[in-house]
Design a protein around this ligand. Structure first.
Ligand code: NAD
Length: 354
């Protein structure tokens, strides 16, 4: 990171934090449009219905078909609903998958979105879209998909199970860690990333003790906001590349894969990015950055071995080749032997060396 010469472009955002989302929803929606289509997953359809009720005459209906990784056939079905009901905006209530659908509809139909995140993935703060078809997942950046308004209501995250909260939170920590050593990072991004790791670490630890701790839920949500913000501002490196490849090849669970890979990715980069490793250690009150991330995942009882998440052992070579074939910029040079060692450790869930 060059502290003395950089370009910083912030993204516009209207954020309401800590207010009851369903109470403020209608007034906020009316700042963007007159006819809102509510989006949710099938699992959160009841919450989607509550949003429709809260919007009153401003809602044109609910599409509850959002799914993980934004499959293109789901977007096709949502587009048919858009054509039938004629909304002029969307209201997405849910996690990264639901917000991802709102982004796809911004791209295809030009609809602005108001989003109410209920996980810690951070998608609400990024101009990054993703779409999955038979050939795999395609992602891109486009300011047109950046949600216009975000309402963070910690009470809506109380239902997120502890293990899902932990994995989702480590996904947000991963955004912060890679933003610390991104080629286009800068002191402002680093400040947000360090604070994101600290608040998420603190919030998640308390959530693991008591999932109904609203203050802890609010801390974690602030961390998720920061994580999403830095993900949207800085380019991601080896860790996100590995997770993208693993998810695409073996359909591994998104957030859990982040939790398992992150300590090893930071270990790989620690010599080339010592300030980042120190910042992570300090933010989590530990003597080692990679060790802190590994211990956090273990403390949260997450699966830390990729083999337990569904990766075959033969995948180690496949992932090394796929990573080297189209690498992301990374502080430590990418070379096959080092990547093989990293993946072997992550595959079996070993602790990264001190
Ligand atoms: P998710 O949106 O897939 O949600 C997982 C499940 O949890 C769903 O069934 C959902 O309905 C349920 N759920 C969500 N919130 C809940 C709550 N409060 N209580 C109970 N159940 C709840 O999970 P996610 O981890 O938020 O999102 C993952 C997806 O987001 C991936 O596809 C990932 O690629 C994407 N993502 C995108 C960005 C970006 O910037 N574009 C950033 C991070 C993640």
């Amino acid at each position: 990171m060059n502290h003395h010469s950089f370009v910083y472009t912030s993204h516009p955002a209207r954020v309401l934090f800590g207010q009851p989302a369903l109470e403020v929803l209608r007034a906020e929606a009316l700042k963007l449009g007159q006819r809102a289509l509510v989006l949710s997953t099938p699992e959160q359809a009841a919450l989607g219905e509550q949003a429709v009720a809260a919007l009153g005459p401003t809602a044109v209906g609910l599409f509850s078909g959002a799914a993980m990784h934004v499959p293109v056939d789901g977007v096709d079905r949502a587009e048919q609903v858009v054509t039938a009901l004629g909304p002029d905006m969307t209201v997405a209530i849910g996690g990264g998958s639901t917000i991802g659908l709102a982004k796809a509809l911004s791209l295809r139909c030009g609809l602005p979105s108001l989003v109410v995140p209920t996980t810690y993935a951070g998608s609400e703060m990024t101009p990054i879209w993703g779409l999955t078809d038979a050939r795999g997942k395609t992602t891109g950046r486009d300011l047109a998909v950046l949600p216009r308004t975000v309402i963070y209501d910690p009470a809506l995250t109380l239902t997120l199970p502890q293990d899902v909260s932990a994995a989702s939170g480590l996904n947000a920590i991963a955004h912060c860690v890679e933003a610390l050593y991104a080629k286009d990072s800068n002191p402002i991004i680093a400040l947000m990333a360090a604070e994101g790791i600290r608040t998420l670490g603190q919030g998640l630890r308390c959530i693991m003790i008591d999932p109904h701790d609203l203050t802890a839920r609010a801390d974690a949500l602030v961390g998720a906001w920061l994580g999403g913000t830095v993900l949207g501002l800085a380019s991601m490196a080896l860790h996100h590349k590995l997770c993208h490849v693993l998810g695409g090849l073996y359909n591994l669970p998104h957030a859990q894969t982040h939790a398992a890979v992150l300590p090893h990715a930071l270990h790989y980069n620690a010599a080339a990015a010592p300030d980042a490793a120190r910042t992570v250690a300090l933010a989590l009150g530990h003597s080692s950055g990679p060790g802190a991330l590994y211990d956090l995942a273990a403390e949260f009882k997450l699966l830390v071995a990729l083999r337990d998440l569904g990766m075959p052992e033969s995948g180690i070579e496949t992932v090394v080749s796929a990573t080297l074939a189209s690498p992301y910029p990374n502080p430590a040079p990418l070379e096959a032997d080092g990547l093989r060692t990293l993946l072997r450790r992550a595959y079996s869930g070993e602790r990264p060396p001190a």
